[in-house]
Every structure is written in structure tokens, then in C-alpha cells.
Design a protein around this ligand. Structure first.
Ligand SMILES: *Cc1c(COP(=O)(O)O)cnc(C)c1O
Length: 320
């Protein structure tokens, strides 16, 4: 993971850890926000994508890479691909928001719609890998991707060595696996809690069942957290089972309220998937030990969606 930190330094940003006076007042102890919203592509996914592409050999880079994405991973892979001169194809579903599609295309990636669900995009991507000899860049289930995301944990401990609890958005689990690994290697007592949306929380359901459970993909404000674990999982499910202390779920109304709150109180643009840690705290679903850190994982929300939420006009919003 230390190697990953050095490797990605020229591409991914070292992000700020900012104390939140308002959230500290809510909990009675210090709460800090780890602002992955400050990454050049607007989400932490740049770390894992950079680490993965930088560990590929020259032949693999020359043949190009393929990824499946709900948006942020694709944008990150496209960004790194352009930096390194590697051709990038991103398979997406119909649900991917326009702001995310355009960002990938603007970075020069080939964006292909596989069908209505991310499972369809996944199947298309794997076919392209098999037929064209290109390299698959997993959004979460790959040691190089996990190590890249884990550099967030190293930065948290550098800035706040006595962090007692860290709240992390959770979907496929690459982010939380890397962060938990980095934190617990240096600070075994720290609690790591995952936060998912209650509409189709794939890792939560799969761990409860003890096997990969296909989830019905539903529309959610946390579009970055949507989708299943795929057909097989080699790393993150076992890592989350071993390293994560608890998983809590938040509702659409709680996500909307937290997005509006972050905008008005913290002056932050945060997408639904990025705000779930704040949502869990504001809704009283967690009582973190302090000092606590909330990973704020991304900012890529359609402006019209955010405006509707801030104005209380969004269907998921509390006052609509
Ligand atoms: C991908 C993503 C997550 C979840 O990361 P996983 O590694 O899939 O658990 C959280 N927030 C944002 C903004 C993301 O793009």
C-alpha cells in the first residue's frame, strides 16, 4: 500500500481532512470529513484506477483496457488511460446519469451501453475482454484497485493518528477493504463501519446470506453504490467479513437530507453515494466513537438533481 501511494502520487490527489464543527456538535466529539470530492475526477476511484493501470506491463497497456462502471470508476479509468496513452472502453447501463456519461466520453473513452442493468454492462465487458485480449479493470475486486483505495486510510492516519472510528460508503467493497486494511495494520483498535443505501445493498445482503446474492437494481440517489457483486468475488467479500465491524443502511430520504445539509452547512457538493456516511450520522443510525472520520467519496451529481434536492423539490426529499 505504501508502494501504491508512491505510484499514484502524480495522478491522484492527496485529499484534505477537514473538521466539521456542525457534525462535531451533533456527536459531542470531533468529526472530520475526508474529502475525496477534491479528486480531479470527483471521486476516490482515481486512486484504484491509477494503481491498477500503472502496474500493467507495456503490452497490456498497448492492447487497451475494458471496465464496467456506474460512472465514477469509468471516469477514473478514462482519466488514467488518457494520461498513459492507453485505449479505454467503458461498459455502462442505461441508468448511468448523463453527467457521468459525458465525463467519460470527454476523456476520450469509448462508452458502450450494455443494457438496462449493470449486470448487462458487466457481461458485455467480459465478452470484450475474452474476444479482444484486453485487460479487465475491476471496479472493486482486484488487489491493485483495493491497494489504491487503501491509500485513503494511510492519509487519514497521517492526519489523525488517534482516529477511533471511520465511516465508509460501501458497494462492491473495494474502498472499505483497502481503507480498513490500511487502518487496522497501523491502528488495530479503530472501528470501521460501512454505509450502504437500503435499496439493493449487495454486500450487506450477500454477507447475511453467506453467498453472493443478486440484488434487484433499483433507482437510488446513491447511483454510485448500485449494482451487484457480479458472478464471483475473490477478494472484497472475505475482506469485508473480516475487517469491517458493522454495516448500516440509509434511506433515500436520509440521503437527500444529507445532500442538502452538506450543501448548505458544509458548502460541499456531494453525490448520493458519497454522502451516506453523513446521512447515517445525521439520521442517528450510528453513534461513532470519536475522533471519527467520514469518507465523503464523490461529488458527481447531475446539477438538476442537486438543485431539486436543495430546493426540497426532489421526490426523495423530506419536504417534497
Ligand atoms: C464506487 C463508489 C463507492 C463504493 O465503492 P466500492 O469500492 O464499490 O465499495 C462509494 N462512493 C462513490 C462516490 C463511488 O463512486
Amino acid at each position: 500500500m505504501l508502494a501504491a501511494r508512491d505510484r499514484i502520487a502524480g495522478i491522484a490527489a492527496r485529499t484534505p481532512l477537514r473538521r466539521s464543527a456542525a457534525l462535531s456538535a451533533v456527536t459531542g466529539g470531533d468529526v472530520h470529513l475526508k474529502l475525496e470530492t477534491c479528486q480531479p475526477t470527483g471521486s476516490f476511484k482515481l486512486r484504484g484506477a491509477a494503481n491498477k493501470l500503472l502496474t500493467l506491463g507495456p503490452q497490456q497497456r498497448a492492447r487497451g483496457v475494458v471496465a464496467m462502471s456506474s460512472g465514477n470508476h469509468g471516469r477514473a479509468v478514462a482519466h488514467v488511460g488518457r494520461e498513459l496513452g492507453t485505449a479505454v472502453t467503458i461498459c455502462i447501463s442505461d441508468r448511468v446519469p448523463g453527467v457521468k456519461r459525458r465525463a467519460m466520453a470527454d476523456l476520450g473513452a469509448d462508452v458502450v451501453v450494455g443494457g438496462p442493468d449493470l449486470d448487462d454492462a458487466d457481461a458485455l465487458a467480459r465478452r470484450m475482454v475474452a474476444e479482444q485480449g484486453r485487460t479487465w479493470v475491476s471496479p472493486f475486486d482486484d488487489p491493485a484497485v483495493i491497494a489504491g483505495q487503501g491509500t485513503i486510510g494511510l492519509e487519514i492516519l497521517d492526519d489523525l493518528p488517534d482516529a477511533a472510528e471511520v465511516l465508509v460508503p460501501l458497494s462492491g467493497g473495494g474502498l472499505i477493504s483497502g481503507v480498513a486494511l490500511a487502518l487496522k495494520a497501523r491502528s488495530p483498535a479503530v472501528r470501521v463501519v460501512g454505509v450502504s443505501q437500503d435499496r439493493g445493498p449487495a454486500m450487506y445482503e450477500s454477507l447475511r446470506a453467506g453467498r453472493i446474492v443478486p440484488v434487484d437494481e433499483e433507482d437510488t440517489l446513491a447511483d454510485a453504490l448500485a449494482g451487484g457483486l457480479g458472478e464471483e468475488n475473490s477478494h472484497t467479500m472475505a475482506m469485508v467479513a473480516e475487517l469491517v465491524d458493522d454495516i448500516v443502511l440509509v434511506s433515500e430520504a436520509e440521503i437527500a437530507a444529507a445532500m442538502a445539509w452538506a450543501h448548505s452547512t458544509e458548502d460541499l457538493v456531494v453525490e448520493g453515494g458519497g454522502v451516506v456516511g453523513i446521512a447515517a450520522l445525521l439520521a442517528g443510525r450510528v453513534r461513532p466513537a470519536t475522533p471519527a472520520v467520514i469518507v465523503v467519496s464523490g461529488r458527481n451529481v447531475d446539477p438538476a438533481t442537486l438543485a431539486a434536492i436543495v430546493a426540497g423539490r426532489h421526490p426523495a426529499g423530506p419536504s417534497a
